[in-house]
Design a protein. Structure first.
Length: 513
């Protein structure tokens, strides 16, 4: 363990350009929401550290001791956590996209709703960890230890899980479409309702695994061990190959053995029409974007560039606002302008029924149209999964952290400081390039975010007066009607008046004021 260092010194040194804090002792310090982009914290001692919302984008945390640390909402995009000790750490809602956690210890860690897209978790230890509704799209989990882990409703599309140990893991409702689980161990794993379409289970062990209601279309179970496994109905296994698989005791829902319905080559015929086979993701039926694209958008990344919404280079303001150095903090540079980022963020807001009941439609950015009638809305097949919807509504990590700093962690209308219900609201406008500067949005309580999207609350652009639709003025929201919007910590963070005007004009009831 290195020398003890104070939080004041950390901020001072970082502001002066120092990035090397290797093996430092940060025990007892609170790093909540400060900016440490690209910092070198290799081997640092941060056990039980309070790092909620900290910006560690691109930081080096290899071999760091982060046991029991609170990293909820932290930005760790492309961070290096190789061999880091995160046992019992809280990483709920953290952005770990493209991060390196190879060999890391995350036993009993909480990563629910975390974004681990395209992260390297090879050889990592996730025993008994909570990855409920986590985004693991394209993740590398080869030879990882995931015994007893909770991966329910997790998105693991295209994941690499060769030789991974998922004994007794909970994968209920998980999306493993196209994942590679060759040689993986899934003994006694719960895969009820999981999407295993075109997944590879070659030589995998699924003894006593529960695959009830799972979708196995076109999956490969050649040489797999399915002894005493509970299988889904035949119609959920069309096109599956069980060539050379051990099916002793494997039963269909009606109790019949699987062998009696297999073709001589060990497969199940697929008589479906191409139109039935094609849409495996319910989201694709609604928009022209894939679920993969939506998850990137929900977590603030563009598919075209693969970069964060923040753009720019690493670095930032020591004042707590996680801006890049290319966009210096207005607190330190009052006249600074924040150019829009090059990555467009389409506003994929759930369908809203305005007063005319016909829905709103726009040519560019705007509201997604209402779903067509007849679209299946089953338990695990609906247009917006909980994880995508909630992640999107909370807002991209850095933008949300900027708004938290600008409004001191309080709702701009009510003053509510309950962080779990506070969401970053982007202002809609004609612009396609969005900025992470606080003037581009508001920090609102989740119910007010909903009312904002429903055009039932608006901010008068000149006076910044909060106005509610007449239909809400006899409700609990009446106490906030006519009050001024809470001021941010600096004038430069005031909401963009042109964008407020854009939203004001969309609220039809404001025309009668």
């Amino acid at each position: 363990m290195g020398d003890k260092i104070s939080l004041k010194d950390v901020i001072h040194f970082y502001a002066e350009g120092r990035r090397n804090f290797r093996n430092a002792d940060f025990s007892g310090l609170e790093f909540k929401r400060i900016n440490l982009q690209e910092a070198d914290l290799q081997g640092a001692y941060i056990r039980w550290g309070e790092l909620q919302g900290v910006n560690l984008k691109g930081a080096n945390l290899s071999w760091a001791d982060l046991q029991k640390a609170n990293l909820s909402d932290a930005v760790l995009h492309k961070a290096n956590l190789n061999e880091a000790n995160l046992k019992g750490a809280c990483l709920q809602w953290a952005d770990l996209s493209e991060a390196n956690l190879q060999g890391a210890t995350v036993i009993k860690g909480n990563l629910s709703f975390a974004n681990l897209r395209d992260a390297c978790l090879r050889l990592a230890k996730f025993q008994d960890a909570n990855l409920d509704k986590a985004n693991l799209n394209g993740v590398d989990l080869r030879v990882a230890m995931l015994q007893d882990a909770d991966l329910s409703d997790a998105d693991i599309q295209g994941g690499k899980l060769q030789e991974a140990n998922l004994t007794r893991a909970n994968l209920t409702g998980a999306n493993l479409e196209g994942a590679n689980l060759q040689g993986a161990t899934l003994e006694q794993a719960n895969l009820m309702g999981a999407n295993l379409t075109r997944a590879n289970f070659n030589l995998a062990s699924l003894q006593r695994a529960n695959l009830t209601d799972a979708k196995l279309f076109g999956s490969n179970f050649e040489g797999a061990n399915l002894t005493d496994a509970k299988l889904p109905a035949i119609e959920n296994m069309l096109g599956v190959s069980f060539k050379g698989a051990n099916l002793k005791g494997a039963k269909l829902p009606n109790g019949d053995p699987l062998q009696q319905v297999l073709l001589p080559n060990g497969s199940l015929p697929d008589h479906r029409q191409p139109s039935v086979i094609a849409p495996t993701s319910p989201i694709e039926a609604r928009t022209n974007q894939s679920k993969q694209d939506l998850l990137e958008i929900a977590n603030g990344y563009s598919k075209t560039s693969g970069s964060s919404l923040s753009g720019g280079s690493a670095g930032g303001s020591p004042a707590g606002l996680p801006f890049s150095e290319a966009r210096r903090s207005p607190l330190n540079s009052p006249g600074a302008e924040f150019p829009p980022t090059p990555d467009p963020l389409p506003l994929l807001i759930p369908p809203l029924p305005p007063e005319n009941g016909k829905g709103l439609h726009s040519q560019g950015l705007g509201i997604v149209s209402l779903p067509k009638e007849g679209i299946a809305m089953g338990k695990h097949q609906y247009l917006y999964s909980a994880s995508i919807a909630i992640s999107h509504r909370r807002g991209p990590g850095e933008f949300r952290q900027n708004l938290f700093a600008a409004y001191n962690g309080c709702c701009a209308v009510t003053g509510c400081n309950a962080e779990p219900v506070l969401e970053a609201v982007y202002f809609k406008s004609h612009e396609r390039n969005l900025s992470i500067h606080p003037s581009s949005g508001l920090l609102l309580r989740s119910d007010l975010h909903t009312l904002f999207d429903l055009h039932l609350v608006a901010i008068e652009p000149e006076s910044l007066t909060v106005m509610f639709s007449p239909q809400l003025q006899q409700t609990c929201y009446a106490e906030y009607h006519g009050k001024l919007l809470r001021a941010p910590i600096a004038r430069e963070f005031q909401p963009d008046r042109l964008k407020l005007q854009f939203h004001w004009d969309l609220c039809q009831w404001t025309q009668d004021l």
